[in-house]
Design a protein around this ligand. Structure first.
Ligand code: ZN
Length: 168
């Protein structure tokens, strides 16, 4: 995993999304690509609108009625049904960056993750994981621990596939 720098800090235009709760497979994939994507499952439409506009986020939704309430230019109606197709659809619609921040964001809560000393995770991961890996990362918000295990390799391949699909 690369260290978590924010795109804005490097002077890149950053695009942030607010993902409606009917697209939770998409929100994890956007985070996988390193894109700042928040969501509020269970929140009322009015609350979603208010938060998204205040945080200057583009709202992604699959709810036609809700989409019609979003001010022009502030939302996008997602057409694809499968989460992988939805990711490609959104990234084609908003071609924004080189995705060099892929795999640097917590899947669970969207916070950029940080490298953490191995000693600090000893009590927090199972013994086998602890002995197999040297580099660990922590989400400073939800405290979830990440490491570059088999799941990570799968994610790297998925990110590479998305990059290839987008450059076709
Ligand atoms: Zn987290």
């Amino acid at each position: 995993m690369t260290s978590a720098h924010s795109g804005a800090a490097r002077g890149k235009p950053s695009l942030q999304f607010f993902v409606d709760e009917n697209l939770l497979g998409l929100v994890k994939r956007l985070r996988m690509m390193g894109i700042d994507s928040s969501t509020l499952p269970g929140a009322a439409d009015d609350a979603v609108l208010e938060v998204a506009i205040e945080e200057n986020r583009i709202i992604l939704t699959k709810d036609r009625k809700f989409f019609e309430r979003i001010p022009a230019g502030r939302g996008y109606f997602v057409k694809a049904d499968d989460a992988k197709d939805q990711l490609l659809e959104v990234l084609e619609q908003f071609p924004l960056q080189d995705y060099d921040e892929a795999l640097s964001r917590c899947f669970q809560c969207n916070t950029p993750i940080q490298a953490i000393d191995k000693a600090q995770v000893k009590e927090r991961v199972d013994a086998k994981t602890y002995s197999l890996y040297e580099q660990f990362y922590e989400c400073p918000t939800c405290l979830r621990i990440y490491w570059e295990g088999s799941h990570f390799d799968k994610m790297v391949k998925e990110v590479e596939k998305v990059r290839r699909d987008l450059s076709k």
